[in-house]
Write a protein that binds this ligand. Sequence first.
Ligand code: G4P
Length: 526
Amino acid sequence: MDLPHEVARRRTFAIISHPDAGKTTLTEKLLLYGGSVHIAGAVKSRKAARHALSDFMAMEREKGISISTSVLQFEHEGLRMNLLDTPGHADFSEDTYRTLAAVDSAIMLIDVAKGVEPRTLKLFEVCRLRKLPVITFVNKMDRSGLEPLELMDQVGNTLGIRTVALNWPIWHAHEFVGVYDRLREKAVLWTRLDGTSIVPEQMYDLDDPALEARVGTQELETLREELEMLDIAGDPWSLDAFLSGDVTPFFFGSAMINFGVSLLLEALGSLAPPPSSRPTVEGSRHPSDEDFSGFIFKIQANMDARHRDRIAFMRVVSGQFERGMDVKRAAGERAIRLSKPHTFLASERSIVDIAVPGDIVGLYDPGDLRLGDTLYQGERVEFQGIPRFAPEFFARVRLKDPTKRKHLQRGLEQLSQEGTVQLFYRPGEGKADPFVGAVGLLQFEVLKSRLASEYNTQAELDAAPFSLARWVVGDEKAMAWLGARPDFTLVEDRTGHPVVLAASPWALTYATREVKGLELFEISPL
Ligand code: G4P
């Protein structure tokens, strides 16, 4: 296998958006353009019938939400795309944050009528943290919405990133008919079909009379003026600034009628980066490094009711992954044989024999692996871990049957290793009666239902009166100050790092103002 070539043709990305912006529709259309027609249907029916791969729990089916993250792989013009699907429901956003640790770029999907919405903002923050290159796709252009310039301003101001329009919408009789591709300097017009097939595409120079005939003299005049204005007043395009996360290019389209999907895919090929190196505790690991390495970014139990197993999702960082290979865990010395690796093709698992940097492999895990684990061959390497995000809901676990205490502790520990909830312990009280924290309340329901079905333990969760958690860095005096205040509760996360729980942000602002050298973080230190 020509490894450098295989790596160079990988694009590993995720779509971030607010619910209803059209992520399911766009995913489906990317797959349609990638030639996976039958799979495209599967994405839609997943949302409708809620039976497919990612609907792995009865609860999920009942609530009609997609909790899990799956990986969709497809080919497009010589490129191998790995699209990491993310849960749509805000209550599982922590899962999405972690998924963003495993991609090299993201598409930020915005509804033209709504602009930047709260979830977009939060997810973008996570992208910024990693300096991920973000491509903006303005969706639902077939409907009326905000003016393109207004949207660009809004994204620039609320997200604090520079924007450059690489496409510009073209209208005919108030209908969205195409875009001007500013890099190629061509007008691209599409012909509307029913949305289920690839739309015919025609390209024109700006001075082509055929373009004027199609869009109208007045519309063409407006387009010319707008393009001129962009040339004069807009930021110049810089690929480097995009790759370092300082600029987001704008594309306009409509996933529903397939307008703009081809150009978005092209941009993933020509602009989005191939798999990049990853920071390690000692330095960094590059895809071209010979030895195999990868890290676990997601652990998911009961993917499929027929196989009651746990799957750890690994992103390959360097070297070549082969089925049956023996690897080591950076956190332990025992060798692990990776014998049942899977890839995920929308609706089915298939066994994978070989994977290269950028690929995601699902590993069968009998319970050895942890979130953030590094797996490697050859020289020891350890990637910087995956941060945890501050929970917003807290509860105290109450056991109904005291003889089940051991089951409960094991369940809580294993489920927290998967990231279902976070555990916080009171210093000096050992592992008894921890607080549990979650980003969304539904996570608590998942916890209860899994404790019952997998650990045979009935537990009640009593709401705890906190609304935020912050990881604490400070000296002994600062810790003593926090510990003595009645308005905070000082606890430890499962690594023993101090965390403060509080009922209101004001108390924390007060604390950082009062106590010298006290620092509070919304994201766990690595
Ligand atoms: P999500 O995964 O981000 O939650 O969004 P999803 O794709 O389910 O889309 C949400 C709604 O927006 C759907 O309508 C979908 O058809 C619509 N939509 C997506 N892309 C476009 C677009 O480009 N133009 C227009 N006009 N609508 C779009 P729905 O009525 O909720 O569902 P459905 O009955 O169409 O499936």
